[in-house]
Design a protein around this ligand. Structure first.
Ligand SMILES: [Fe+2]
Length: 304
């Protein structure tokens, strides 16, 4: 079975695209672990094997407790056994089978693989995360254990671009408060959906959903995450390349950081001149033709 279909089974890709992608959660039942994935990444059957093999940085977390990190998976083993939750990012760099999963998922979803990654959480004691909503899309596959979730849509902000926490907690990016159209709630909404995930269960959690989790005992979760790109990135990165074809746009922005006076005015005038010429040239362009050109540029620059 293809890796992505194996990963979301028993849901089929057709059901996923018809009923869940990109905004509707899916809560999968307890089931056998994905056979094809385990064949490609046998370490996923054992958290200690994952930590022994993973050569990247591991974050060590305790629910509402101190955080730390170690630079190699092996160094995290004693802390894992002592009850810390171990969090590994970009695990695909150390497990080629996961890189294959990302490549196939990116192809199915029509997204650049550079915008996707795999992450692993594993723990032996009490674990979980307090209420937050993520800017990324998550496919969370529970490889072992049982995990209790509460989740509800974040109705205070549309298309957040960084993680958001409950009102009263320090935000990871205060700029998200400017994007929000209502204050963040202090606690999970009373009508939050309660879900208990069992081994083999897949939770598809769309972007911008409040959630908190609790788990006890040995627990390991593999997350396939999508971190963009948003349209602003597609436009600006491709437009930059298009603009750089013209010498005027390659000119250094002399005076751009001047705080006052003639230098600042000269810089603003120069940019206004360039914008005027850009507006004039865009007036003759068909939006669909420009969109096709910028999309092609973006695809070419994000092919790996
Ligand atoms: Fe999260």
């Amino acid at each position: 079975m293809p890796l992505f279909a194996d990963f979301i089974a028993p849901l089929t890709p057709e059901q996923f695209f018809a009923n869940h992608w990109p905004d509707t959660p899916y809560v999968g039942p307890r089931t056998e672990l994905p056979e094809e994935l385990l064949k490609r990444v046998p370490e996923l059957s054992d958290a200690e094997r994952v930590l022994e093999t993973f050569e990247g940085t591991v974050s060590l977390l305790r629910r509402n407790g101190p955080h730390a990190r170690v630079t190699h998976g092996k160094d995290a083993l004693p802390m894992y056994r002592a009850g810390f939750t171990c969090y590994m990012r970009h695990v695909e760099a150390h497990f080629p089978g996961l890189d294959d999963l990302i490549a196939e998922a990116a192809h199915r979803l029509g997204l650049p693989r550079t915008a996707m990654a795999c992450e692993i959480f594993c723990s032996t004691g009490t674990s979980g995360v307090p209420m937050h909503s993520d800017f990324d899309v998550n496919f969370a596959l529970l490889l072992s254990g049982t995990k209790y979730w509460r989740m509800a849509p974040n109705k205070s902000i549309e298309n957040q671009t960084a993680m958001c926490f409950a009102c009263g907690r320090k935000q990871a990016d205060e700029g998200q408060l400017d994007y929000a159209h209502a204050p963040f709630p202090e606690r999970m909404p009373d009508n939050a959906q309660e879900v208990t995930m069992e081994t083999g269960g897949l939770l598809f959690l769309p972007r911008g959903w409040w959630h908190e989790t609790h788990a006890t005992g040995a627990c390991m979760q593999l997350n396939l995450v999508i971190k963009g790109p948003h349209w602003a990135r597609v436009l600006t990165s491709a437009l930059e390349e298009k603009l750089l074809a013209a010498p005027d746009w390659r000119e250094f922005a002399y005076g751009v950081s001047a705080s006052d006076g003639p230098m600042q005015h000269a810089a603003a005038n120069r940019l206004a001149e360039l914008i005027t010429r850009l507006q004039e040239s865009l007036a003759e362009v068909q939006p669909h033709a420009l969109a096709a050109e910028l999309t092609a540029t973006f695809q070419a620059n994000n092919r790996t």
